[in-house]
Design a protein. Structure first.
Length: 345
């Protein structure tokens, strides 16, 4: 029986065996080759800080009800899987055995897709398939850039230099940004950002906004906040020029009693704070010109043509059977991990 990774309970990971559903006429059976760990999302599930553990999302009215949590353990982890097609049903069209594809699937050795579902994308047959484990994060970052609506020659700040932040640095450059400033507490991640063309700052420095204003006066045109940290969001507000735009890609969990200084730059500089979301029923702000499918196709194209550099972002490649060690490493040494790729034998 194949194996999959689950969060058995809060703080507890387990690799368990499971049964695959039978292959019907429209089924596609896939053997996993690579999957990418989404650090923020998956650690939130492990740490039980995802809001759905404590509240229920009302899809119709689109708000959280405080009555009870809808998400329970055990919970699956992951959504960035690259695999090879090993069997298909008799009515499957456009997919052949031996094809490679990306799918929004949890970390598991094998899975079965319905060919009538559009949650997978066929990939070219090439040696470097692991780069497609960045497809979902690339799509999220594209959505953030679209929401920021950069103009050629504008200056920007990217806070948080994990996978999402480093992709955003590259996309800002592609979008015509003049100076791309970036911040993170990790020396490793700042070094990668510099190689990718960004100007890195240590976010631990309390005078970060002052240093940014010294370099770019009177501040950046737009910021993209990817870390999910309130202090980083404050830096974005304080580093912006009048009329600046701040796009949030990170999810703000564990904020405690932290608050934003809305009486300060936010009030004085008429700033715009924009929440970016490409899934969960949120249409693109320029729909119908853009939708989720088109974003995914663009992400695939940027990766296929090697326009985005992914290798500098891969800090570790770990066998799936050793994946529990990967999460331990991410939890204990976040400054030394960027993108962790799981490999399947």
């Amino acid at each position: 029986m194949p194996l999959k990774l689950i969060a058995k309970d809060k703080g507890e990971l387990q690799i368990v065996s499971y049964s695959l559903p039978s292959l019907n006429d429209y089924g596609i059976r896939v053997k996993s080759l690579f999957s990418g760990i989404s650090h923020q999302t998956e650690m939130a599930i492990l740490e039980e800080t995802t809001p759905s553990f404590h509240k229920t999302w009302d899809k119709e009215r689109r708000f959280y009800s405080a009555n009870f949590g809808s998400k329970k353990y055990p919970a699956s982890l992951g959504y960035e899987c690259v695999g090879e097609v090993v069997a298909i049903g008799g009515k499957v069209k456009g997919v052949r055995k031996g094809d490679f594809l990306w799918a929004d699937q949890p970390h598991s050795e094998e899975f079965v897709l319905d060919s009538r579902d559009s949650s997978y994308y066929l990939l070219p047959s090439e040696k470097n398939l692991e780069k497609y484990a960045f497809l979902a994060m690339t799509r999220v970052a594209i959505g953030g850039i679209h929401d920021a609506k950069p103009l050629i020659g504008e200056n920007c700040l990217i806070t948080g230099l994990g996978t999402l932040g480093l992709i955003s640095c590259q996309l800002a450059k592609l979008s015509g940004a003049s100076k791309i400033l970036s911040s993170d507490p990790s020396k490793l991640k700042r070094g990668i950002a510099k190689k990718l063309g960004a100007i890195p700052f240590d976010s631990k420095n309390s005078d970060l906004p002052s240093r940014i204003h010294s370099l770019i006066s009177p501040g950046v045109d737009f910021s993209i906040e990817t870390s999910g940290q309130i202090e980083a969001l404050k830096d974005c507000l304080s580093s912006s020029k009048i009329g600046g735009r701040i796009v949030t890609l990170g999810t703000y969990r564990n904020t405690g009693k932290a608050s934003l200084p809305f009486a300060e730059e936010w009030h004085r500089n008429r700033l715009s704070l924009i929440s970016s979301m490409t899934v969960n029923g949120c249409p693109h702000r320029d729909y119908p010109l853009w939708d989720l499918h088109r974003l995914n196709l663009l992400a695939k194209e940027l990766l296929s043509k090697n326009i985005l550099k992914t290798k500098p972002m891969i800090s570790h490649r770990i066998r799936f059977k050793d994946s529990l060690k990967a999460y331990k490493m991410i939890r204990e040494n976040p400054d030394k991990t960027v993108k962790v790729i799981l490999k399947y034998d």
